[in-house]
Design a protein around this ligand. Structure first.
Ligand SMILES: [Fe+2]
Length: 397
């Protein structure tokens, strides 16, 4: 997981007096996961983070509406690249697949956020499919661009500002658990091992910013349980003079993932990038393909038993997979085999590289399809492997 970081001014010891030039105490905040047993950071504020002047319920008991179970389950293809702009980077989110561990959705913001946001329930992983801008947080700023995974721990107060209004497109993953780097990539000291497909230098941490010393009315919308609350603070929430610790937002760009390849087909775990509670996130990036003299670079048919597979197509040449475009997302529920068309297996022989880029989410509990997802549903997809079907291979999964 990300290593110890320190930014701005912090006192020599934790939990001791720390004052500004006028002798006023800074307000210390321990920002921790899993109570006092997980990763944490310590922040020093100009004003008490607990200062709330007013609060109200904006939305109560809001849950995604699910497709009736009577419809059964089948392979699905959602054309998320067709999402029309709506709302902002938070209110514009449409959840498409969900279970108790994770939700997966799309967001094409129409407007910048006019408030601050804090997801009190979930760690967030925002993949930037299109666009660029800045994630402003109490830890500092993180400029984002296409291909970025933006990791935002639960409890982080943030505001997103787009540099390309109406052009951003985000894949949004939320989990009530802790989103972490895979443990098998780390040594006993928490350092990324030599065999891991990325290194600490590839992880961007918030840029140090001057604390905002402003009094007034500042709205922070807080998602807690199934409620959306509006909290009004009497000070700017980005009033942090310094922080240190192990828990903070960061960015990792998918094109900094160094692919692991082999003589014969390498299974998806070699592409793993993040570990969640009962799910994994993998990155398929441009790479050389299998080089055994008798290799079949296209994947074998597979029944991903006890795992639902979601693949979001980022960029590259999907010409061999008719009907799948950038921004497409396929959903292959557990227990139903899937794979390439026989023609695609043959056609892949002799290939030396693939340009496809994709994000995969494998969940170990069943996912539910939401009614919002049906806006993007390609109803022909589940039969496209038939003798008259026309959906051949992707290289990765
Ligand atoms: Fe697969």
């Amino acid at each position: 997981m990300p290593i110890y970081q320190r930014s701005g001014n912090v006192p020599a010891k934790r939990h001791v007096q720390f004052r500004n030039g006028s002798g006023k105490l800074y307000q210390e905040e321990v920002f921790g996961s899993r109570g006092f047993d997980g990763r944490y950071s310590i922040l020093y504020h100009l004003y008490a983070p607990t200062e709330v002047r007013e609060l109200e319920v904006l939305k109560a008991n809001e849950q995604p509406k699910l497709v009736p179970s009577s419809e059964g389950f089948r392979h699905r293809h959602f054309r998320l690249g067709d999402a029309t702009t709506f709302g902002d980077a938070v209110s514009g989110r449409k959840v498409c697949l969900v279970n108790s561990d994770v939700s997966i959705g799309i967001c094409a913001p129409e407007d910048d956020m006019e408030y601050f946001y804090c997801n009190g329930n979930s760690d967030e992983l925002i993949f930037v499919q299109e666009g660029a801008g800045v994630l402003h947080t109490q830890f500092g700023n993180l400029p984002y661009k296409e291909g970025d995974y933006i990791v935002i721990p639960k409890g982080t107060i943030y505001k997103m500002t787009s540099a390309t209004p109406k052009a951003d497109l985000f894949l949004v993953i939320e989990t009530p658990g802790n989103l972490e780097l895979p443990r098998r990539y780390l040594n006993e000291y928490g350092q990324l091992l030599e065999h891991s497909p990325f290194y600490s230098r590839d992880i961007l941490i918030p840029e140090n910013t001057q604390p905002e010393d402003k009094r007034g009315d500042f709205e922070v919308r807080v998602k807690t349980r199934s409620h959306l609350m509006s909290y009004h603070l009497g000070h700017h929430p980005f009033d942090v003079v310094g922080w240190d610790g192990y828990l903070y937002p960061f960015i990792f760009n998918i094109f900094d993932f160094e692919p692991i390849t082999g003589r014969i087909h390498m299974p998806p775990p070699v592409h793993q990038t993040f570990a969640g509670q009962n799910f994994v996130v993998c990155s398929f990036v441009p790479r050389l393909v299998d080089y055994h003299p008798d290799a079949i670079p296209a994947p074998y048919n597979h029944s991903n038993l006890q795992s639902d597979e979601v693949l979001f197509y980022v960029s590259g040449n999907f010409m061999s997979r008719k009907g799948i475009n950038e921004g497409s997302m396929t959903f292959h529920p557990a227990g139903i085999p899937h794979g390439p068309q026989p023609d695609a297996m043959q056609e892949s022989i002799g290939m030396t590289r693939t340009t496809e880029t994709a994000v995969m989410i494998d969940t170990f509990q069943p996912l539910n399809v939401t009614m919002d997802a049906l806006d993007f549903d390609d109803k022909k997809y589940s039969l496209s492997w038939g003798t008259t079907g026309d959906v051949p291979s992707k290289m990765g999964a």
